[in-house]
Design a protein around this ligand. Structure first.
Ligand SMILES: [Zn+2]
Length: 331
C-alpha cells in the first residue's frame, strides 16, 4: 500500500510554503528533552501519558481526542493565569460561550488553511475569551484568544486546570441537517455544524514537533504520510461530497473519461480521509470495506471503525464505522 501511495505522490504538485505554528500557551516543555511531564496534564490519579492524544484512558478503551496542556501560573485564588493564543493565522470559526453546553466547556474554534488543507484548532475548558473576540474575525499566529481554565460539564478541579487542545477536521459542512433526525426527543444540537461528533481530531503533538524541528514542514505532506488504517469504496451517488469539496487536496486524478462509478477513500484509523480516488471499474450498493491495515487499526483500539466479521472471512464496519460512512455519504 505504501508503494502504491508513493507512486501517486509523485503525480502531485509540490507545495513549498512551510507551516508556521506555535504552541497554544507559554508552556513549551514539549520541545524540551523529557519535558512531557511538565507539558501534559494527566487525568486524576494518572501520569502525563493520559494527557496525550489517543487511546490513552481507561486501559486504552477510552479515546482522548486532543492533548491536555498544563498551566504554568496561577493567581492568589489558585486560578490559572496562562494566556491561550492562536497557534497559527486563521479565522474564528465558532465560539462556544456557554460552558454548560459541552464537556469541552467554553471553547474556541479557529479555521486554518495549511498547504491547501482545511483544518481547525480547538481550545477548550477556557475561563474566558479575549475581549472583543468574535466569530468571523481573522487572527494572527500568537494572538491572545482566551484564558486557560477548567470550564466544562464535568467538574475539573482548579488545580487540574488545563487547556484541552485539538487539531481537527470538520467531517461534514452540513452536519446539522444529517444529525437533526437522530436527536432524541428534547435534545438539542447546540453547536450545529461544530458539534464534537463532526470534529475529528488528529494528534497535534507531532505537528508542533515537526514544525519546530523542520522549518520547512508542510502540512499536506504530513497528512499524506499518516498511516492508512483502512480503505473503503463508496458508490458514486453516495460519494463523501461535503468532505471532498472542503478538502480538494486529497482527491487524486482528474475527471475520468469513463463515468465514475465509485470513490475509493483511504482513512486514518480515527476516520479522517486522506485520499480519494474516483473509480470507473466497480459498482456496489453501499459503502463497503475494501482493505485493512490491521496493525494501524489495532494501534487505535478506542476508535475502531472496522472489525473482522463473525466468520473471520473478511472485514466489516463497526457500528461507529458504519455511522461515519453514512454521515460522510449523506447528500
Ligand atoms: Zn482533554
Amino acid at each position: 500500500m505504501t508503494m502504491m501511495r508513493n507512486i501517486f505522490l509523485l503525480l502531485l504538485p509540490v507545495y513549498a510554503s512551510a507551516l508556521e505554528v506555535e504552541l497554544p500557551t507559554a508552556n513549551h516543555a514539549l520541545y524540551s528533552p523529557s519535558g512531557e511531564e511538565q507539558f501534559f496534564q494527566g487525568t486524576a490519579g494518572h501520569d502525563w501519558h493520559s494527557g496525550q492524544y489517543g487511546s490513552v484512558r481507561s486501559g486504552g478503551r477510552q479515546f482522548h481526542e486532543g492533548i491536555d496542556v498544563r498551566f504554568l501560573e496561577r493567581d492568589r485564588r489558585g486560578e490559572p493565569k496562562d494566556r491561550v493564543v492562536a497557534i497559527a493565522d486563521g479565522e474564528v470559526a465558532y465560539l462556544a460561550a456557554i460552558a454548560g453546553q459541552s464537556s469541552y466547556g467554553r471553547y474556541a474554534l479557529l479555521r486554518h488553511r495549511w498547504n491547501e488543507v482545511e483544518v481547525f484548532s480547538l481550545y477548550a475548558h477556557v475561563a474566558s475569551f479575549a475581549p472583543g473576540l468574535r466569530a468571523g474575525q481573522t487572527v494572527k499566529r500568537g494572538d491572545w484568544i482566551a484564558m486557560l481554565g477548567h470550564s466544562g460539564t464535568q467538574n475539573i478541579p482548579k488545580e487540574r486546570s488545563h487547556l484541552h487542545f485539538e487539531v481537527c477536521f470538520q467531517l461534514k459542512r452540513d452536519f446539522a441537517t444529517w444529525f437533526a433526525p437522530k436527536l432524541a426527543k428534547g435534545d438539542r444540537n447546540d453547536h450545529a455544524n461544530y458539534n464534537g461528533i463532526n470534529l475529528q481530531g488528529i494528534d497535534p503533538a507531532p505537528i508542533f514537533l515537526a514544525a519546530h524541528e523542520k522549518p520547512s514542514m508542510n502540512f499536506r505532506e504530513h497528512m499524506e504520510s499518516q498511516p492508512i488504517a483502512f480503505t473503503a469504496l463508496f458508490p458514486a451517488r453516495r460519494a463523501p461530497l461535503s468532505f471532498m469539496r472542503a478538502q480538494q487536496w486529497c482527491i487524486v486524478n482528474g475527471p475520468e473519461p469513463a463515468p465514475v462509478t465509485a470513490y475509493e477513500v483511504w482513512f486514518m484509523a480515527v476516520g479522517v480521509p486522506t485520499f480519494v480516488r474516483p473509480r470507473t471499474d466497480v459498482t456496489m450498493p453501499s459503502a463497503r470495506v475494501l482493505s485493512v491495515n490491521e496493525p494501524a487499526v489495532n494501534a487505535c483500539p478506542a476508535r475502531r471503525m472496522v472489525e473482522r466479521d463473525a466468520k473471520r472471512r473478511g472485514w466489516q464496519f463497526t457500528h461507529r464505522g458504519a455511522e461515519l460512512m453514512e454521515m460522510l455519504s449523506f447528500q
